[in-house]
Write a protein that binds this ligand. Structure first.
Ligand SMILES: Cc1cc2nc3c(=O)[nH]c(=O)nc-3n(C[C@H](O)[C@H](O)[C@H](O)COP(=O)(O)OP(=O)(O)OC[C@H]3O[C@@H](n4cnc5c(N)ncnc54)[C@H](O)[C@@H]3O)c2cc1C
Length: 308
């Protein structure tokens, strides 16, 4: 699941006829820029927004039969789409079917499309603590689980009780806590689609919880690009002691530009896309940063951002 900046988009030699049975669900040449945080990049050759898990399984089955590559898109906060677009099918999980959010005792169950903000605030209102460590991180439950989103306070994986996935044979499977492993911005949730997850939380007074969330949010806001800036978090930390942002900062690369793409001057592991920036400029800037960090410190930075 690691980012592969060098990989070429998969070529598909198909027509829309492949999806004739899914006319209401699959569209052609859909712009992806509005759906990703960078607001950059070209269209998806095919695009589906399934209403139910049956729709989803049907479309995935057809992709496999016809040899069409596919990707799952959540909140788009960890994806950069190349300017030429994605030559396959992008499945956007957004329908209410994938957005259920329920609380029972100390277990919160959330569909893959639930925004992290909703998951955190819903849990806090129910007086359940744990997920507030994710305050200020954009995205959805599915995307966050896939990449074990988190920060200094911990990561989402530590709170997962079980996950429901659609496996490569299109069967719904439950993955129990003991089957799951989470590492730094990584998980073993390698099935094609995460459908939902249960989080085991601990009771806490909602007021003190909200106060803690406010503190985390203030620190986040101070250390990230401004809210109005289109940006993405780029590299994994090379080790638990050596952070990507510190290496980039110490290499003197804050403010480095390639066209209208710039290494953030607030947090060196973010790239900001100014007006007129292209995905190609972001990729060239990533290469420049990598080269400089390699030359100055001997660390080969690995992408956390997924490049499609
Ligand atoms: C301003 C900003 C701040 C950020 N801060 C942090 C931070 O502090 N810590 C951190 O860890 N990350 C951070 N990120 C990165 C990003 O927010 C997380 O990786 C986020 O959880 C991704 O969720 P998403 O729904 O947007 O996923 P997407 O970007 O849509 O997808 C990311 C990956 O997950 C896969 N995916 C998405 N949904 C599913 C699904 N249902 N089933 C299977 N695969 C799926 C996609 O195919 C893709 O490979 C930040 C990003 C931005 C732009």
């Amino acid at each position: 699941m690691r980012g592969c900046h060098g990989a070429e988009p998969v070529e598909t030699h198909t027509t829309m006829a492949v999806f004739d049975d899914f006319r209401g669900i699959v569209r052609e040449n859909e712009p992806l820029a509005p759906l990703v945080w960078f607001r950059l990049g070209g269209p998806a050759r095919y695009f589906a927004s399934p209403r139910t898990v049956e729709d989803l399984a049907g479309v995935l089955g057809r992709c496999r039969e016809a040899g069409v590559a596919f990707k799952i898109l959540g909140g788009g906060s960890n994806v950069l789409v190349r300017d030429e677009g994605y030559d396959g099918l992008v499945i956007h999980l957004e329908s209410p079917f994938f957005s259920d959010l329920t609380v029972r005792d100390n277990i919160v169950t959330a569909g893959a499309a639930v925004p992290l903000t909703a998951l955190i605030s819903h849990s806090a209102r129910a007086g359940l603590a744990g997920l507030e460590i994710l305050t200020g991180i954009p995205g959805t439950v599915g995307g966050a689980l896939k990449g074990n989103a988190g920060g200094r306070g911990g990561a989402i994986g530590s709170l997962v009780h079980r996950a429901t996935v659609l496996d490569p044979a299109n069967e719904i499977q439950i993955r129990e806590r003991d089957d799951l492993s989470f590492a730094d911005r990584d998980s073993n949730l390698d099935e094609p689609v995460i459908l939902s997850a249960e989080f085991e939380l601990r009771p806490e007074d909602p007021e003190s919880l909200v106060r803690r969330m406010r503190r985390i949010w203030i620190v986040k806001k101070e250390n990230q690009p401004y809210g109005h800036q289109l940006s993405g978090l780029i590299f994994r930390d090379p080790t638990s002691d050596v952070t990507a942002w510190a290496l980039i900062d110490q290499a003197g690369l804050k403010g480095l530009r390639e066209g209208n793409a710039e290494v953030s001057d607030r947090h060196a592991n973010f790239i900001v896309a100014h007006e007129g920036a292209t995905a190609t400029q972001v990729l060239l800037l990533i290469d420049k940063v990598r080269q400089q960090v390699w030359q100055q410190f001997g660390y080969e930075l690995e992408l956390q951002l997924q490049v499609w």
